[in-house]
Design a protein around this ligand. Structure first.
Ligand SMILES: [Zn+2]
Length: 337
């Protein structure tokens, strides 16, 4: 065990972090998950490993939350922020971005075992079309092109990319992801289709359980989970054309409410590639919809001083039990790791 790992063990076991937590004002943690899978290998072709949690590890994490923390919902956190209800100490809320089908098939049954209700934010267009969001389609293109050692010449700029070289592949991936993050709706779809034509192949989604359906979302809601809005197209709201904001937030919300049959009161900002992920214009747009909460991908604890429409979270990829506890305990102690 490295010195760093030994130190982590000591700090976790001695209660030093707990002592520090007791000196801080009360806070809550919002965990941000994306995909929870039983088939890591297959799924990593199109869902980035950085946003995928192994089902067995997820089960352990839910057990830890139930035994060592206090799982709460975002409605409870919203009530606490408004000053109308109390929260237990060490409160933790579980959220999922994007609306992958595995949230329904894999994560929800595990959460049910431990009596934990979470929030699932749906990318409305992807759910409606039953197609994976654009960033899964681009991830597939570049990963496959890397395996095939494709040399791609951009027909527009004439630049040549040797996609078999990992560094060059990454650079190209970022280069072609930037425009996607700034596009929405049909323009975004056209751009992705153009890329797929250049590459000469595309992700075959016919055998993939990609996105959950609205029906499944309704079922989750009936079991106590919250369904939230993750925009229509999954662009970066601070970078898309301003005239698209209404469609991306308000219209997407309207579709969701019609499909779910209940008010949609929680929002999650997508965060593809570019920074920042919000600005004053996007904030004003979420204010118009009277959301109870809106969450970001930026790291942090929720305190009474946080704005309900700009709540930080803690991203969870695939930590083991010790790493998971370390993330939570350091966060609650006000330390960013
Ligand atoms: Zn997302």
């Amino acid at each position: 065990m490295s010195l760093k790992e030994k130190l982590k063990t000591v700090l976790l076991r001695t209660g030093a972090l707990r002592l520090r937590q007791m000196m801080l004002p009360q806070s809550a943690v919002i965990l941000a998950y994306h995909s929870v899978t039983t088939d890591w290998k297959k799924q990593s072709d199109y869902i980035n490993r950085g946003i995928t949690t192994d089902a067995d590890r997820f089960k352990e994490q839910m057990r830890i939350l139930r035994e060592e923390y206090n799982p709460v919902t975002l409605n409870e956190i919203a009530g606490w922020l408004q000053g109308v209800q109390l929260l237990p100490p060490r409160s933790v809320a579980v959220t999922f971005d994007d609306g992958f089908a595995d949230n329904y098939y894999v994560a929800a049954p595990i959460m049910e075992q431990y009596g934990i209700c979470g929030t699932v934010y749906l990318t409305v267009d992807a759910v409606q079309r039953q197609e994976l969001p654009w960033f899964c389609r681009t991830a597939f293109l570049f990963q496959q092109a890397g395996n095939r050692k494709t040399v791609l010449t951009d027909p527009e700029t004439k630049k040549t990319w040797n996609l078999g070289i990992p560094k060059e592949n990454r650079e190209a991936f970022v280069c072609y992801s930037y425009p996607c993050a700034k596009l929405v709706g049909e323009e975004l779809r056209n751009y992705i289709e153009k890329l797929e034509t250049w590459f000469g192949f595309r992700l075959d989604q016919s055998n993939i359980q990609g996105m959950m359906t609205f029906e499944q979302a309704r079922e989750l809601q009936q079991h106590g989970h919250i369904i939230g809005n993750h925009t229509f197209s999954h662009g970066n709201l601070a970078h898309i054309p301003q005239e698209s904001l209404y469609r991306e937030i308000a219209e997407a919300n309207e579709i969701l409410e019609q499909e779910i049959g209940e008010p949609v009161e929680h929002f999650s900002y997508p965060h593809p590639c570019l920074d920042p992920q919000w600005n004053n214009v996007t904030l004003a747009e979420t204010e118009k919809l009277n959301y109870k909460t809106a969450v970001l991908t930026s790291f942090g604890l929720v305190t009474r001083r946080c704005l309900p429409l700009l709540l930080p979270r803690i991203m969870i990829s695939n930590p083991n039990n010790k790493e998971f506890r370390w993330k939570l305990e350091t966060a609650l102690a006000g330390i960013q790791t």
